[in-house]
Ligand binder design. Structure first.
Ligand code: CA
Length: 132
């Protein structure tokens, strides 16, 4: 598997750390932001292969951030996996409608996280192959 660059947006340091360790183990490169605003400025310079996005962030929410990413021609094809403690069906639907490609409820298992990342990245590769 070729290493991918994952942009992780999470304001809770314990969860950020858990994600970071597991991405490293899975061989991914990562960019880290603790707010949506910080992530938006990172996106001006870097083009990650996938975004792992917390819903509840200080300032701009994950939902607003996802809409920004999907409304921008330069970033709209970057897949987003949303992380949230909100497990209601309506919340999941809101997340998916905002542009998330997948949705993971907290607390999550590291194995589930890595597997879902792999699946979303694989799906994206297949889509780009189809357009070549
Ligand atoms: Ca949070």
């Amino acid at each position: 598997m070729t290493p991918s660059t994952i942009l992780v947006i999470e304001d809770e340091s314990a969860i950020q750390e858990l994600i970071s360790v597991n991405l490293q183990l899975a061989g991914h490169n990562q960019l880290v932001a603790t707010s949506a605003e910080e992530a938006l400025s990172l996106l001006n310079e870097a083009r990650p292969d996938l975004i792992l996005l917390d819903w509840q962030l200080p300032g701009m929410s994950g939902i607003e951030f996802a809409r920004h990413v999907k409304n921008n021609l330069l970033t709209r094809n970057v897949p987003i996996i949303m992380l949230s403690a909100r497990s209601d069906l309506q919340d999941k639907i809101t997340g998916l409608e905002a542009g998330a490609d997948d949705y993971i409820c907290k607390p999550f298992s590291p194995r589930e996280l890595i597997t879902r990342i792999k699946t979303v990245l694989h799906r994206r590769e297949q889509l780009s192959d189809a357009c070549d």
